[in-house]
Design a protein around this ligand. Structure first.
Ligand SMILES: NC(=O)c1ccc[n+]([C@@H]2O[C@H](COP(=O)([O-])OP(=O)(O)OC[C@H]3O[C@@H](n4cnc5c(N)ncnc54)[C@H](OP(=O)(O)O)[C@@H]3O)[C@@H](O)[C@H]2O)c1
Length: 326
């Protein structure tokens, strides 16, 4: 698949372009940047193959008949417009999280992809971490008995309030969009098969460090149809070690440092180490998207899943009583 990347920023440079290079049937083809120079530097670094690899206009990039798919890795507010344009041009889409900044926007994106018969896959790469995959399967088969609780803790320390996620023109959430959306996806992935959908959400958010209009720390409590509970703690105010814990009637699992861009970390089940293959989760999500497009099937993480994630992020921030845009 000839792939373009929209937004040659951190995640595109660090993960998506290298994953395309490593994939046997993907080709790093073209890039969209607001700057010809930044686009050119990205094209050189990742050896983009198109005779015209750099675009500053989305319409021109999408008009390329050879282009087959786009990876959208721009700030969250731009996902809707770019995804709908790509769908109308008949290009398959691998979309960075969170899907968009409103539920209505997600619905419009899903409808456009259905109407133009393109595959829309959500980039929740933690689902391709080998240890996560193994456990998600085994827990679904009853490894921990009836599930009771899951806790996901993932924070980092932003240097200042300048990140685009902290500005309403480019983002809708900060910690919840950077890390919280991944935590929520992981919890729903593990719990939905046996515990049903989320039924209640409560939350507390803090903006105490940068006075950002958006959440700097968020503590979110969830309840599922079965009564099982979960909690998320995400923050951009302080550094810590990422941790996931899952508790059931027959035991527990603790994952240390499995969240992040790598496919590594460690996993303990009832005090015993769990072995898994450290492998690149970005390659896994890319491969699923390409295969889904080739086989004409749904990807593992669909636009519908992306929309549900956005719904719960919106509910979480509203439940805090501190949503400035409610
Ligand atoms: N899956 C993950 O683990 C993961 C990790 C990080 C980010 N993400 C997601 O990937 C997307 C991009 O995040 P990122 O961290 O890569 O961001 P980033 O480093 O800031 O890159 C975003 C790129 O978008 C382009 N852009 C276009 N309009 C922009 C604007 N008004 N302000 C800022 N950039 C603009 C910029 O390229 P030009 O200036 O060259 O146009 C920029 O390089 C987001 O949706 C984010 O949530 C996912």
């Amino acid at each position: 698949m000839k792939c373009a990347i929209l937004g040659p920023g951190g995640i595109a440079d660090d993960q998506h372009a290298p994953a395309i290079t490593a994939h046997p049937s993907a080709i790093n083809w073209s890039v969209l940047s607001r700057s010809e120079d930044r686009g050119r530097a990205f094209a050189d670094r990742h050896q983009l193959q198109s005779p015209t690899p750099v675009y500053t206009s989305l319409d021109s990039l999408l008009a390329d008949p050879e282009l087959e798919g786009v990876i959208i890795a721009t700030p969250d507010r731009f996902h809707e417009e770019q995804a709908i344009a790509a769908a109308r041009a008949g290009k398959h889409i691998l979309l960075e999280k969170p899907m968009a900044t409103s539920s209505d926007a997600c619905d419009r994106m899903i409808r456009a992809c259905e109407a133009h018969e393109v595959v829309l896959a959500m980039a929740y790469h933690h689902r391709w971490h080998d240890g996560h995959r193994k456990l998600q399967h085994q827990i679904g088969q009853g490894l921990l008995g009836r599930l009771r609780h899951m806790r996901v803790h993932w924070t980092f320390k932003a240097p200042d309030g300048g990140n685009w996620r902290s500005h309403p023109e480019t983002g809708r959430w900060w910690a919840l969009a950077a890390n919280g959306t991944h935590c929520l996806d992981l919890i729903r992935w593990f719990f939905l098969p046996t515990e049903g959908e989320i039924t209640h959400v409560a939350s507390i958010i803090s903006r105490a460090k940068f006075d950002s209009p958006h959440d700097e720390s968020a503590v979110v409590a969830l309840q599922f149809e079965s009564g099982a509970t979960a909690e998320i703690c995400v923050s951009v105010q302080f550094e810590s070690s990422p941790r996931v814990e899952i508790y059931g009637d027959d035991g527990w699992v603790r994952m240390e440092n499995t969240l992040g861009r790598h496919g590594a970390g460690s996993i303990i089940h009832n005090g015993q180490s769990v072995s898994f293959e450290p492998r690149n989760p970005f390659l896994g999500e890319l491969d699923d998207w390409i295969r889904a497009a080739k086989e004409g099937r749904s990807p593992e993480v669909s636009g519908e899943e992306g929309r549900k994630n956005v719904d719960w992020l919106l509910k979480a921030i509203k439940a805090s009583g501190a949503d400035r845009y409610a």
